[in-house]
Design a protein around this ligand. Structure first.
Ligand SMILES: Nc1nc2c(ncn2[C@@H]2O[C@H](COP(=O)(O)OP(=O)(O)O)[C@@H](O)[C@H]2O)c(=O)[nH]1
Ligand SMILES: Nc1ncnc2c1ncn2[C@@H]1O[C@H](COP(=O)(O)OP(=O)(O)O)[C@@H](O)[C@H]1O
Length: 402
């Protein structure tokens, strides 16, 4: 049995009385979850404004402005909204770019419940909906000077369409050849601390006296491009990723000896004597933890560089003549400005009216949401999408998009 459309944004236009004494500006949707009503949009009638969110608590009769986490939709020209699994609202953005049209606003998921405890406020969290499921990221750790960067560069050079580097944020100063946004996002400590507070980082750590961290966006942007993400992070960061987040392959790179490590660090010539000594002092503890903490799935010794690289490729499934299974970038859909959303069992139906010259077509986009993975603070992956064209003479065809 089908269910009635949950909400059509068009119903609210032209001063529709919303029952809350709130003057509609034409872009809001109202979604009930328990005794709360989530009012999405309408913060600003400017067509390019970002989506505002307010919560009406029916039990207290009060309005609440929640803490909003995650990356929001880039553009906002109105939307349709529908409740999914009682804990998130699926939102399709009108006339947006194809990679930016399906979003989820989590309102009562496990992640949101945890964040509510931390913030002591109402919390909602955005995550972008994408098709496909990303390959496991690769976390590479090891002491300074062991050769992590060298190995990662070799991998990225040989398989440029397969791997993408997670560009970390750091408060340390750039080295001579380092480019902002390529090697690191070089940033001020107060800016980074504020972003950490607002849940934008997957992990962060203080290393050799500076703050380093992986933003959620850095990892997700690589996955969105259909590539496998490589993270070069310290042991503390690897521990956090292991504990909090994702299924990844964890690799620790060990030097053949402390003496060799020192020689490599000095030969690299990028640090002052004081910085080299600090890195060497920290290296002993890092190696100790890397070998014994149970964080890492593999330990590789980087004595001979070529051999170590071969071993790295082997454990990433690239050894010998292994085929390179390049996954296509996630496909997403593009609902036109004139659309609405409804729900039939566990399928979401986006109903699009399109007027082509000499041809009036109705296009249904069916989203199967039964195997969603992930969610805030990253992406909601695994959307299964089918498009159905209905022309005036009936069902014309079904196109599977993913
Ligand atoms: N936790 C964490 N560590 C990072 C991150 N980015 C880099 N690091 C680690 O910070 C340490 C210092 O990195 P860097 O200043 O580039 O010096 P290098 O290791 O001597 O090349 C290394 O152990 C990196 O793996 C990050 O985003 N998070
Ligand atoms: N197996 C190896 N043998 C000799 N030198 C190496 C080896 N691996 C890396 N190096 C050199 O050691 C220095 C440190 O390597 P780098 O990749 O910058 O380390 P990390 O990123 O772990 O700090 C670089 O000058 C690099 O060319």
């Amino acid at each position: 049995m089908g269910e009635a459309p949950a909400f059509f944004v068009d119903n609210l236009q032209n001063g529709f009385s919303n029952g809350f004494g709130l003057k509609s500006k034409g872009f809001e949707t109202f979604t009930d979850v328990g005794d709360k009503t989530f009012v999405i949009g309408g913060a600003n009638s400017d067509s390019t404004s970002s989506v505002g969110i307010q919560i009406y608590d029916k039990s207290t009769g009060k309005w609440v402005i929640p803490t909003v986490l995650g990356t929001k939709p880039k553009t906002y020209k109105g939307h349709s909204a529908i409740l999914l699994n009682e804990d998130r609202i699926m939102i399709s953005i009108r006339g947006s770019t194809p990679d930016d049209c399906i979003w989820f606003l989590e309102v009562d998921t496990e992640y949101v419940k945890e964040q509510k405890k931390d913030f002591g406020t109402e919390v909602v969290a955005w995550s972008k909906g994408v098709t496909g499921v990303a390959e496991k990221p690769v976390v590479i750790s090891g002491p300074s000077g062991v050769g992590k960067g060298t190995l990662i560069n070799m991998l990225m050079k040989e398989f440029p369409s397969m791997f993408g580097f997670s560009v970390s944020h750091t408060t340390r100063a750039p080295r001579g050849m380092e480019k902002n946004g390529v090697h690191y996002h070089f940033t001020e400590r107060n800016v980074m601390e504020n972003d950490i507070k607002h849940g934008k980082f997957l992990e962060f750590a203080s290393v050799h006296g500076n703050l380093y961290g992986t933003s959620i966006e850095a990892v997700e942007a690589v996955a969105d491009s259909g590539k496998r993400c490589i993270l070069d992070i310290d042991v503390q960061g690897a521990r956090s990723v292991r504990a909090n987040y994702l299924d990844a392959v964890f690799i620790f790179i060990c030097p053949p000896s402390m003496r060799e490590l020192e020689e490599r660090l000095r030969a690299r010539g990028t640090e002052t004597e004081e910085q080299i000594l600090k890195r060497l002092r920290n290296a002993e503890a890092e190696i100790e933890q890397g070998k014994s903490s149970g964080i890492f799935d593999y330990i590789l010794y980087n004595d001979n560089l070529e051999e170590c690289y071969e071993n790295l490729m082997e454990l990433l499934g690239l050894g010998g003549s292994a085929p390179i299974n390049q996954k296509p970038a996630s496909k997403v859909i593009d609902p036109p400005s004139n659309h609405s959303v409804s729900k039939i069992n566990n399928k979401m139906v986006i109903n699009c009216e399109t007027k082509e010259v000499g041809n009036e077509a109705k296009n249904l986009i069916i989203l199967d949401v039964s195997s969603l993975k992930g969610g805030a603070p990253g992406r909601t992956r695994g959307l299964n999408i089918h498009a159905i064209d209905l022309f005036s003479d009936g069902l014309n065809g079904i196109h599977e998009l993913s």
